[in-house]
Design a protein around this ligand. Structure first.
Ligand SMILES: [Zn+2]
Length: 244
């Protein structure tokens, strides 16, 4: 007997896939609850079929359209360059971390000093964007690891944080993505990541709370299993940063 005719592909409505993605979720509820759907950034398979140049051309056109809809006069000298400026900023700067080709290549070094204690890099600037509202998330990341025999350059820790921050994000996912990358690169589970950040979608709109910040944590290996290790990390993080 034949199936009752229900199509497996419920999305075959002729729209571009991006349109379907948008309309598959209950936009308002999802947005204000800031629910993360997965650890991996939800990207389509064809995400990098277009060149950066082609993406900028398309975004420029669409952003001009948004500004036009809002009633802005695009012939004004102050506004006419904005669509291109926004397109370039999206592709080349604030969302450049979507592209795996831009992932920092972290060269590993032998741990010649036999430094087997905890290394903490704290106060790393986090500038990201909420994927539900496309407004900034601004804060600090504190990361730590215990060497498995390999070390990486200190600036690479900052670069890894910045790479994953340069995506439309939710803070929980950002935290786990950074932790997972550190585990892979450093070949150890002994990794900790704390992010303390303010979400402009909470402070400038919605509930308009300007005082709250969001703290997310990920503890792996010894940081998870050993209370003393975790406490030592938290003590370092809470101590004042060295003055220059
Ligand atoms: Zn938001």
């Amino acid at each position: 007997m034949k199936p009752n005719g229900t199509s497996l592909n419920t999305r075959s409505n002729g729209h571009h896939p991006a349109y379907d993605l948008l309309h598959d979720v209950t936009v308002d509820e999802m947005g204000d609850d800031h629910v993360a759907s997965s650890i991996e950034t939800p990207l389509r398979d064809d995400a990098f079929d277009l060149s950066d140049e082609a993406k900028m051309d398309l975004i420029e056109g669409h952003f001009r359209h948004i500004m036009n809809i809002l009633g802005l006069d695009l012939t004004d000298d102050s506004l006419k360059g904005t669509p291109r400026r926004v397109a370039k900023m999206y592709v080349k700067e604030i969302f450049s971390g979507l592209d795996p080709a831009k992932k920092p290549q972290a060269a590993l070094f032998e741990n010649k000093y036999q430094y087997n204690e905890m290394l903490v890099e704290k106060g790393i600037t986090v500038h990201s964007h909420c994927e539900h509202h496309f407004v900034p998330i601004i804060g600090r990341a504190h990361v730590a690891y215990i060497s498995s025999g390999k070390v990486i350059g200190l600036s690479k820790l900052n670069r890894i944080v910045q790479y994953f921050a340069k995506r439309p994000q939710v803070q929980e996912r950002l935290t786990v993505q950074i932790a997972n990358e550190l585990k892979t690169v450093l070949e150890t589970e002994d990794v900790a990541v704390v992010i303390d950040a303010r979400h402009l979608c909470v402070s400038m709109r919605g509930v308009q709370d300007v005082n709250s910040s969001t703290v997310t944590v990920h503890y792996g290996g010894k940081f998870k299993e050993d209370e003393a290790t975790r406490q030592e990390f938290l003590r370092h993080v809470s101590e004042p940063t060295a003055a220059l």
